[in-house]
Design a protein around this ligand. Structure first.
Ligand SMILES: [Zn+2]
Ligand SMILES: [Zn+2]
Length: 298
């Protein structure tokens, strides 16, 4: 699994930071999270082909997260994109997508499937699923997780405890199905556990809220917005954003592997260390994401 940061700026891009866009690659899936202005050129700079995108996840409809969508769609159409682009976003996404593509002469068309997500699991595929949670940002806003499904293992201690001998019913358990053994019903979830599950989470614009820790729990990589330093916590709350310290506290409590701070305000252009050092004091494995940086999820 690989994460490419295509843009890491706050609302106003800078010379070194483009508007928000993050690409998650796993096997044949290339999932783009947000598509700020200029994202298609960032693909070029990163040496990546935008035609490989399979899904677009939109966190919310503030301009800095979506202004790159029309340009990207047009380029995909010109480039012979032949998949159906699956687009997910919060309430209002269908209306905004229609208005966005009606606002200019869209030369060529591509197939799109647009789904509005409330919260919870979606795109439940054989080997992975996506999950969303509602954030607090003054407009419908979602955080997203990608979860690579683990393998189901049978808890042998419990088999012994319930005196379940081997037989065809164990095959059923392995598939996650409940079983009946000697007239008694056993729930698969009580006799099995999951190994090798891998999760990465993306929390873009939001103020600090109680849902985040639970949502990102156990993520190998937790990407979090960090628009402000801790001395501006009041401002962060007022503008419905977070500080790097708040992101680090979440990372610690949620026992994530690594924290990547993004959505960095231009006021820290010459002083990113301020954000980073504060975060590191709370959660050691903190990093500031930079444009075109690639992170291998291990
Ligand atoms: Zn933003
Ligand atoms: Zn926003």
């Amino acid at each position: 699994m690989k994460i490419t940061f295509l843009g890491t700026a706050d609302a106003i891009p800078t010379a070194r930071r483009n508007h928000t866009a993050i690409l998650l690659n796993w096997e044949n899936e290339n999932i783009l999270i947000d598509c700020g202005e200029g994202t298609q050129r960032q693909f070029r700079k990163a040496g990546l082909n935008p035609c490989n995108i399979t899904r677009l996840l939109i966190t919310h409809w503030h301009g800095d997260h979506v202004l790159g969508i029309p340009g990207l769609l047009q380029t995909l159409a010109f480039s012979g994109y032949n998949k159906t682009l699956k687009i997910y976003g919060p309430r209002g996404t269908k209306k905004y997508m229609k208005e966005l593509t009606d606002a200019f002469i869209f030369a060529g068309k591509i197939k799109m499937e647009i789904k509005e997500i409330d919260r919870g699991k979606f795109a439940d595929e054989k080997d992975f699923y996506l999950e969303a949670e509602r954030m607090t940002h003054g407009c419908p806003t979602l955080a997203y997780s990608f979860v690579k499904k683990g393998k189901l293992r049978i808890d042998k201690k419990k088999l012994k405890k319930y005196k379940l001998s081997s037989g065809v019913h164990l095959q059923k358990l392995k598939q996650g199905k409940d079983i009946v053994y000697e007239g008694k019903k056993f729930l698969a979830k009580n006799l099995t556990y999951i190994v090798d599950e891998e999760k990465v989470s993306f929390v873009l614009d939001t103020s600090f809220n109680n849902s985040i820790v639970k949502f990102v729990k156990g993520s190998k990589v937790f990407v979090s917005e960090s628009a402000f330093a801790s001395d501006m916590e009041g401002k962060a709350k007022e503008h419905k954003h977070m500080t790097s310290v708040q992101a680090a506290k979440i990372a610690k409590e949620a026992k994530v592997g690594k924290l990547y701070l993004t959505h960095i305000s231009q006021r820290y252009e010459k002083n990113f260390d301020k954000l980073l050092n504060e975060a590191k004091k709370i959660f050691k494995n903190s990093h500031i994401a930079n444009d075109l940086e690639v992170v291998e999820v291990k």
